[in-house]
Design a protein around this ligand. Structure first.
Ligand code: IPM
Ligand code: MG
Length: 365
């Protein structure tokens, strides 16, 4: 029997609730399609700070490294917001991404027709785009720090505190992610948009040079460039014209929230973080830990369930099981079941809690 090890990192807030839904769904398809999954839970984020004083322990990182794939809920919450930068819960995410070498972050944004009324856009009919976000470089991992300097202001000289964060990309880092962008475009509508700020940033100009060098290797893919400010506008203006967007860590972070919102709810958006072949991929919802609704049953588990489908497809090669999960989610929506975030005006739908909607997906597998 095919047998896989899954590291489960539930995290904080609604993380454990949505991770539990996804584990149930994974177990159901494993049973149906005759493969074995063993789940092992690891702490990370705020709960790890509380227990071990650090957001990411070596045990968690090693456990994830030794697995076939990692399923993550979400980390963070106001309780740890005041912590100094090195022990913030988000450090766990960044540590897992860099520790596992997960440089490629796939964030598909798909509009389920049933959810069109939940989108803040009017008359939206089609959104099916993929954001390929560079995940282990750029300003997230560049030099940062504080120093004090003598600033000259119009009213005299003051000693001021300064802070800096550095956006820096090597050709090799750009090349591998841009190639991913081209490869995914080849499997889709063959349209790649590089999003940057090349009118201002030198690093963006290097991204463009590298992309132009790679493009002749993919003659079927049409490549275009868009400044990030313009892109954020065009995502609202003409979302259906996008296919694959490839971009830096920071721009990808921002644009993927926007892409999520226009599909109805960020509660629907899955993601995959991948490294070189052979490294375990990490799968998580794009949304955060939503501490305000933790424990209320309002969390939408569908993004994590759809992330589990990506896990089966990209890390385990269990394509049929992945399709089954996606169909079950689609059918759940088509049958009118919703969590409150995607209820729209509530007309003709049944609003369920986290556990109940998970049950509806399970029944449809
Ligand atoms: C995301 C999140 C993280 C990021 C935070 C929690 C560090 O916003 O995965 O999009 O900025 O990458
Ligand atoms: Mg984000």
């Amino acid at each position: 029997m095919r047998q896989y090890k899954i590291a489960v990192v539930p995290g904080d807030g609604i993380g454990p609730e949505v991770a539990s839904s996804a584990v149930q769904v994974l177990s159901a398809v494993a049973e149906k399609y005759g493969f074995g999954l063993s789940f092992k839970e690891y702490p990370a984020g705020g709960c790890s700070i509380d227990e071990f004083g650090v957001p990411l322990t070596d045990e968690t990182l090693e456990g994830c490294r030794a697995s076939d794939a990692v399923l993550l809920g979400a980390v963070g919450g106001p309780k740890w917001d005041k912590a100094d930068a090195s022990i913030r819960p988000e450090k766990a995410l960044l540590g897992l991404r860099s520790g596992l070498g997960l440089y490629s972050n796939l964030r598909p944004a798909l509009l389920f027709p049933e959810l069109a009324s939940a989108s803040p856009l009017k008359d939206v009919s089609e959104i099916d785009l993929l954001i390929v976000r560079e995940l282990t470089g750029g300003i997230y991992f560049g030099d940062h720090g504080r120093f004090s300097s003598a600033d000259v202001l119009s009213d005299g000289q003051v000693k001021g505190e300064c802070a800096f964060d550095t956006e820096s990309y090597s050709t090799a880092e750009i090349e591998r992610i841009v190639r991913e962008g081209f490869r995914y475009a080849m499997g889709r509508k063959k349209k790649l948009t590089l999003v940057d700020k090349a009118n201002v940033l030198e690093s963006s100009r290097l991204w463009r040079e590298v992309a132009e060098r790679i493009a002749p290797g993919y003659p079927e893919v049409s490549l275009d460039f868009l400044y990030v400010d313009n892109c954020s506008m065009q995502l609202i203006n003409r979302p259906s014209t996008f296919d694959v967007i490839v971009t830096s860590n920071m721009f990808g972070d921002i644009l993927s929230d926007e892409a999520g919102m226009i599909t109805g709810s960020i509660g629907m958006l899955p993601s995959a973080s991948l490294g070189t072949p052979g490294t375990p991929g990490m799968y998580e919802p794009v949304h955060g830990s939503a501490p305000d609704i933790a424990g209320t049953g309002k969390a939408n588990p569908l993004a994590t369930i759809l992330s589990a489908a990506m896990l089966l497809r990209w890390s385990l090669g269990e394509e049929i099981a992945a399709d089954n999960i996606e169909r079950a989610v689609k059918k759940t929506l088509a049958d009118g079941f919703r969590t409150v975030d995607i209820a729209g005006d509530g007309e003709g739908v049944t609003v369920l809690d986290t556990v109940q909607i998970t049950q509806k997906v399970l029944e449809r597998i």
